[in-house]
Design a protein around this ligand. Structure first.
Ligand code: NAD
Ligand code: MG
Length: 282
């Protein structure tokens, strides 16, 4: 735990900004070739301004989808994501606001639908984390913030989007390796990530009848703004997994493409573990 900053001592405000990160995260591999796997689809992605969400937006665009991204207030990062999506020849709707507010969630989904006239892929992905070395340091206020940001919006957004989803559409939820093996410094965060696993599995059972698939991705250490707020450098981060390094967003987003497209047509209620070789079950 020695290189971990704790909240609120950490200097950087949360969430962090990707444009200030050094080295900059890799968003997409130069040799990633799109093959129209999401041609004509519309994706709604929370936390799409930066990190994994941005990378997912760009991969989806390269595969032929238009995207709407929701973010808190990182306008500069969001603008860059929009440019990257447009470079792929696709449209990107930016929606800034607080996902803790159900009314905002409803209006965000509505905005996306009004512009694109459909929604095919929902990616629930926004989150915060506030490292604490002891359980006693987790205040009620921190606990509320972590749960209200990390899991409540998965319900709000999914409820709002469901009326628009049709056969073969998909929902993809971002959990974390911490849901499976726990975390000594992110107890509240890991608990929300466990809730996301149960939410995903429950929802997949209800929606199977409608032929809507619900899956998730459980990343390990990935170099994103969320992490800069908790760790000092890339060198410190991800050292303890079998591959001995952190992953890049570009190594995570292709799994979202797989779960969003027809290639995963017989998979629902499952998680893909992208964590540098840490063995977890479920
Ligand atoms: P990130 O900081 O780039 O993305 C998180 C985004 O969530 C932020 O950009 C922010 O705009 C958004 N957000 C936070 N609170 C919000 C609110 N109240 N309203 C609206 N938007 C809000 O970090 P990331 O690492 O790409 O995180 C994406 C997902 O990946 C998260 O669910 C995170 O838990 C998960 N994850 C990340 C790692 C990792 O090592 N980076 C590991 C496991 C899981
Ligand atoms: Mg961000």
């Amino acid at each position: 735990m020695k290189n971990i900053k704790t909240f609120p001592e950490q200097k950087q405000s949360l969430p962090g900004n990707e444009h200030q990160m050094r080295p900059e995260p890799q968003i997409i591999r130069e040799n990633y070739t799109g093959s129209g796997k999401l041609l004509g689809k519309v994706a709604f992605i929370t936390g799409g301004d930066s990190g994994i969400g941005r990378s997912v937006a760009v991969h989806f665009a390269r595969e032929g989808a238009n995207v709407a991204i929701v973010y808190l207030k990182e306008d500069k990062d969001a603008q860059k994501t929009k440019e990257l999506v447009e470079k792929e020849g696709q449209q990107c709707l930016l929606i800034s606001g607080d996902l803790k507010d159900e009314k905002f969630c409803k209006s965000a989904v509505k905005k996306c639908h009004s512009l694109f006239k459909k929604i095919n892929i929902v990616v629930n992905n926004a989150a915060v984390q506030f490292p604490q070395k002891e359980l006693e340091k987790i205040t009620a206020s921190q606990l509320h913030k972590t749960f209200e940001t990390n899991i409540y919006p998965y319900f709000y957004i999914t409820k709002a989007a469901l009326p628009f989803l049709q056969e073969n559409d998909t929902i993809i939820n971002t959990s974390s390796v911490t849901a499976y093996r726990g975390s000594d410094h992110l107890i509240d965060y890991a608990s929300t990530k466990g809730a996301i696993v149960s939410f995903t599995k429950s929802l997949s059972r209800i929606l199977a009848e409608r032929k809507i698939r619900v899956n998730g991705v459980a990343p390990g250490p990935i170099w994103t703004p969320l992490i800069v707020a908790s760790f000092d450098t890339l060198a410190d981060f991800g050292k303890n997994n079998p591959m001995g390094r952190a992953g890049q967003p570009s190594e995570v987003a292709p799994a979202y493409v797989f779960l969003a497209c027809e290639d995963s047509s017989y998979i629902t209620g499952q998680f893909i573990h992208i964590n540098g070789g840490e063995l977890v079950s479920g």
